[in-house]
Design a protein around this ligand. Sequence first.
Ligand code: HEM
Length: 228
Amino acid sequence: MSDTFSARLRAASWQDHQAAESQRYVSALVAGELPRQRYTDLVAQHYFIYQVLEEAAEAMRDDPVAGGFVDDRLTRLPALEADLAFLLGPDWAGRISPNLATRRYVARMHEICFTFAPAFVAHHYTRYLGDLSGGLYIGRQVARAYDLTPAGGVAFYHFAGIDDARAYKDAYRARLDALPLDVTAEAALVGEVAVAYRHNTAVLAELGHDGDPKPATPTTPESMESAA
Ligand code: HEM
């Protein structure tokens, strides 16, 4: 494997990627096993996440290190607003709220992404490169399973102006490789990608808790022994 920063970053974070990708909620969603409302719940969490990420992008637009990653073609907030209006109706804004994991995720971005370029790039990379990879697959599956279209419900997964996701990601990786990072800053970026993945996994895990009541029989030490 070539020893570029982007290759090192990918290798260092792939285990975290698998943890995010293999959340039960994700597999049930792409298999169309959930009611549509449970997809809407994900769109709502994305809304709160991208609100802060894209606010940070504005703050970083002229930053000499992070500014090169800011690209209006990536901006997702208008698409999320359109999807929520389609899925929930014109009063969507009053009908959504961030879950606990999302509140922690956005608090972390508020804490670090507006002032520390490597951390901004880490959060930017984790979301947008994911959206341009597995995200495209998720979008196709969700559209088919829940009968949605880019004009109604899955606009988030369609990037106007980016026709070739592979070429875009190659150029993005070249920008990562050209970052003027010393060893400390590089380690900070890699570490923050791990943090970003953990937050994403936590959001997906919380979405996976479907609010079903607890089983009627409480778990006791005896029942655990007999189950072992
Ligand atoms: C069904 C769920 C998912 C599938 C099937 C999936 C699949 C993939 C695949 C095949 C790639 C490699 C693409 C390439 O090399 O061009 C990739 C890359 C990536 N994915 Fe996912 N993914 C999923 C969920 C996620 C989630 C939840 C996140 C984080 C929010 C994420 C973040 C990323 C990132 C950052 C990359 C770029 C890695 C790199 O090349 O440096 N993915 N994904």
